[in-house]
Design a protein around this ligand. Structure first.
Ligand SMILES: Cc1cc2nc3c(=O)[nH]c(=O)nc-3n(C[C@H](O)[C@H](O)[C@H](O)COP(=O)(O)O)c2cc1C
Length: 301
């Protein structure tokens, strides 16, 4: 009843671990898989090791979390081995890659594709070094180019993870579909900040960061709804999902699967089984036989 098919990948249930939360090692990915996630997305990895931003990097705010981790990661060579081990988890493992040039994304994806992962997710919330200040995920041409380069480099399904910080997220989603993306993940964190009134200074070491958790759910839902109306590839919802009711909202808005991030920090890994169970109850109470039957029911085209 809970099984879904996503870009050719079979998921036992529609819940997935979002990138950057507990996805930094094989052990933590396996732990989440055993806790009931339908698939797990690893922490974003780049070509070379990166330390990330100064502390504090993660703080709690009202109804959410603000982070500026700064893509800290051990680099693709070292991380490929963790991913290889994580594939024994028994659920599909998705690698998340970032780069500062389109070719860099493709190179990281190529190197990670040998690790036995089921798909590659592109973290497009990354600045481009050649078009200074432009995020890949906020520029149609850049987003198209990255997806096309990665599709040329690997034969795996490619998910394009978008940001609501783009002016027109639907146009970006369409550009990614045109570039050959197999699915769209929406959304990454929303650009935000906090000020310490006593210190009269920004709280995060990096000054600004990304907001996640319940406070961004309505934004994420709107993005999924608008994207699902305009593309024919599957959409994966992400942003503030903590309950089965939240997940069902995303499914009705057109998502085929949902990723959970901040709620894993606040509620623990049991959130996956709980969300799955609550989706199942929703379906059973209304006489549906599968998750796929409710995907997009709220869409008004
Ligand atoms: C501490 C932290 C680290 C994150 N790291 C990544 C990352 O490396 N790559 C990525 O694509 N998204 C990253 N994200 C974003 C999440 O995957 C997710 O898109 C976002 O938090 C919204 O979902 P949520 O409200 O369920 O957390 C991170 C989020 C948090 C809170």
């Amino acid at each position: 009843m809970l099984e879904v098919r996503l870009a050719g990948i079979e998921l036992g249930n529609p819940t997935m671990l979002a990138s950057g939360i507990l996805g930094t090692s094989a052990a933590s990915l396996i732990r989440v898989a055993r806790a009931g996630a339908g698939a797990v997305v690893a922490k974003s990895v780049g070509l070379s090791p990166r330390e990330g931003h100064r502390n504090p990097t993660v703080i709690e705010v009202e109804q959410g979390v603000l982070n500026a981790v700064g893509l800290s990661n051990p680099g693709v060579e070292e991380f490929a081995e963790e991913l290889r081990q994580a594939t024994s988890a028994g659920v599909p493992v998705v690698a998340s890659v970032y780069g500062f040039r389109a070719g860099e994304y493709a190179e990281v994806a190529r190197r990670i594709s040998g690790a036995g992962v089921a798909a590659v997710e592109l973290n497009l919330s990354c600045p481009n070094v050649e078009k200074v200040g432009a995020l890949f995920g906020a520029d149609e041409d850049l987003a198209f180019e990255v997806v096309r380069e990665v599709k040329r480099a690997v034969s795996l399904p490619v998910f394009a993870k978008l940001t609501a910080n783009a002016g027109d997220i639907v146009a970006i989603a369409k550009a990614c579909e045109e570039g050959g993306a197999d699915a769209i993940t929406a959304i990454n964190t929303v650009k935000a900040m906090a000020i310490d009134t006593r210190a009269k200074a920004p709280v995060l070491g990096n000054e600004v960061g990304g907001l996640s958790g319940p406070c961004i759910k309505p934004i994420a839902l709107r993005c999924v709804y608008e994207i699902a109306r305009e593309v024919s590839i599957p959409v994966i919802g992400c942003g503030g999902i903590a309950t089965g009711e939240d997940a069902v909202e995303f499914l009705l808005a057109g998502a085929r699967a949902v990723q959970i991030g901040t709620a894993v920090l606040s509620r623990g890994v049991s959130v996956f089984r709980k969300v799955s169970l609550e989706i199942k109850e929703y379906l059973e109470e209304r006489g549906y036989e599968s998750v796929e039957e409710i995907v997009g029911l709220a869409l008004r085209c």
